[in-house]
Design a protein around this ligand. Structure first.
Ligand SMILES: Nc1nc2c(c(=O)[nH]1)N[C@H]1C(S)=C(S)[C@@H](COP(=O)(O)OP(=O)(O)OC[C@H]3O[C@@H](n4cnc5c(N)ncnc54)[C@H](O)[C@@H]3O)O[C@H]1N2
Ligand code: MOO
Ligand SMILES: [Mg+2]
Length: 414
């Protein structure tokens, strides 16, 4: 059976990220939050825009104050006051200074700022009790970045720091990639929506809601197609419709070997290339991955047939689907899953034949991660103790036991 790493490679190699002009939309500054930048941002401005003071104090000519100290101070005449936002009109000549405030433009002639803490003011003169280095406390025009420089590269995720840069560079129309559309549906005659009374044998479709939440959190648009009964005709119609209107399709259920598990057959009949139908992973073994190439105008459509058991569908989403959505979104880096090493507070075991995932919580204790197993049954049908899961501890193939205090690899999730 395919290993987790082989399956991951097949999926990631099948992803053709958004990259064309057709995939770009323009949003305003705040609308860019959480989006993926689609084009390089080049600054029209120098940063700082002009020489300015980094301190409240006095703008001076360094030659006038070099070597001065409390015993041998320099005394200068104050000829101007320059608050932030005002243009200085006078040049500083030898023996002169300007009162200046943080962020205010440096006057011509001055090259250094003296902090007011090492000065004494008396009327129109200032006594300098200590000389800073030449150029001290002056933020020079263009010293952070110069006009014409690329400030942000395409493929980055836009957060608060990037929005600050865009705002400062006066970029208010931001080119971002459109959000991928992810169609989601559940299969199974036993499934009902959460608002329906349960008849014997029925079960609430929880997967669709959990998957839609994860899709949204991953930056894509979920398109919920509902519950489809175990009927090959209805399933075929739904899958066709999903393939027409989405970039990625996720179904849950109907991918194992039961008589009512129709998904794989339908994918083949619709012309999908099935790359695999099972992985050596627990939970999540019966995961189907297929691609559809309808035209050169569209990227390959990715189809994930997730197993129906609630934990299996979420574990396979986190491990295989989420990185694929991220990569598809146009993110040039950081779409990979994040693994951390954690000291486990519980022991757990497996038969060593499949890569096994155990759900629970990662905590930072004194700067180091610890992993606590969720209480109750680690059965892939038990979604109740999945609540508050933020990590999946991994037992690799060939390893059958982890003891309390051992370091384990944990996949960070959510
Ligand atoms: N003979 C075998 N049987 C099974 C195998 C196997 O290897 N040989 N694998 C088991 C494993 S592992 C899994 S996981 C499941 C996967 O089954 P399917 O993907 O075909 O899913 P279903 O049979 O439709 O449902 C499985 C289970 O999950 C419940 N379910 C389904 N959809 C939802 C939903 N949307 N929300 C909540 N719960 C859902 C469903 O009622 C079943 O209990 O197959 C095993 N069998
Ligand atoms: O692997 Mo299934 O995915 O355990 O329940
Ligand atoms: Mg089944």
């Amino acid at each position: 059976m395919l290993s987790v790493q082989q399956a991951e490679q097949i999926i990631i190699n099948s992803v053709q990220p958004l990259a064309t002009e057709r995939d770009i939309e323009i949003v305003d500054l705040l609308g860019a939050s959480g989006r993926i930048l689609a084009q390089e941002i080049i600054s029209q401005l120098d940063f700082p825009h002009w020489d300015n003071s980094a301190m409240d104090g006095y703008a001076v000519r360094h030659a006038d104050i070099a070597g001065c100290n409390a015993e041998n101070p320099a005394i200068l005449e104050i000829i101007a006051e320059i608050p932030a936002g005002k243009t200085p009109h006078k040049s500083i000549l030898p023996g002169q200074a300007a009162r200046i405030f943080t962020g205010a433009m440096m006057p011509a002639g001055a090259d250094t700022v003296v902090m007011q803490e090492v000065t004494q003011r008396s009327g129109n003169s200032v006594t300098i009790l200590d000389a800073p280095a030449p150029q001290a406390f002056v933020r020079h025009q263009g010293s952070f970045s110069q006009a014409g420089t690329a400030l942000l590269s395409p493929g980055i995720s836009i957060g608060a720091t990037e929005i600050a840069v865009l705002a400062s560079a006066q970029c208010i129309q931001i080119p971002v990639y459109r959000r991928p559309v992810v169609a989601i549906f559940s299969t199974g005659d036993e499934l009902v929506t959460p608002d329906r009374p349960l008849k014997p044998g029925q079960l609430v479709d929880s997967n669709q809601y959990a998957l839609a939440t994860l899709v949204t959190q991953t930056g894509a648009i979920p398109k919920m197609l509902g519950i489809i009964p175990d009927d090959p005709e209805l399933l075929k119609n739904t899958i066709s419709q999903a393939l027409e209107s989405a970039d990625i399709v996720i179904s849950s259920g109907g991918v194992s070997v039961g008589d009512y598990d129709f998904v794989d057959r339908i994918l083949s009949s619709l012309g999908g290339e099935i790359h695999f139908r099972a992985i050596a992973v627990k939970p999540g073994k019966p995961l189907t991955f297929a691609t559809f190439n309808f035209s050169s105008e569209r990227s390959s459509i990715l189809y994930f047939g997730l197993p129906g058991n609630p934990v299996s569908s979420l574990v396979t989403f986190w491990r295989f689907v989420q990185p694929a959505i991220r990569k598809f979104s146009g993110i040039s880096d950081f779409w990979q899953p994040i693994f951390v090493k954690a000291k486990t507070q519980h022991s757990f075991k497996s038969d060593g034949k499949k890569e096994s995932y155990f759900w629970g919580q990662l905590h930072l204790v004194n700067g180091e991660y610890e992993f606590t197993l969720a209480g109750g049954s680690q059965n892939s049908g038990n979604l109740i103790n999945l609540a508050q899961t933020n990590g999946l501890a991994i037992l690799p193939v060939g390893k059958t036991l982890v003891n309390v205090g051992d370091l384990v690899q944990v996949l960070q999730v959510q």
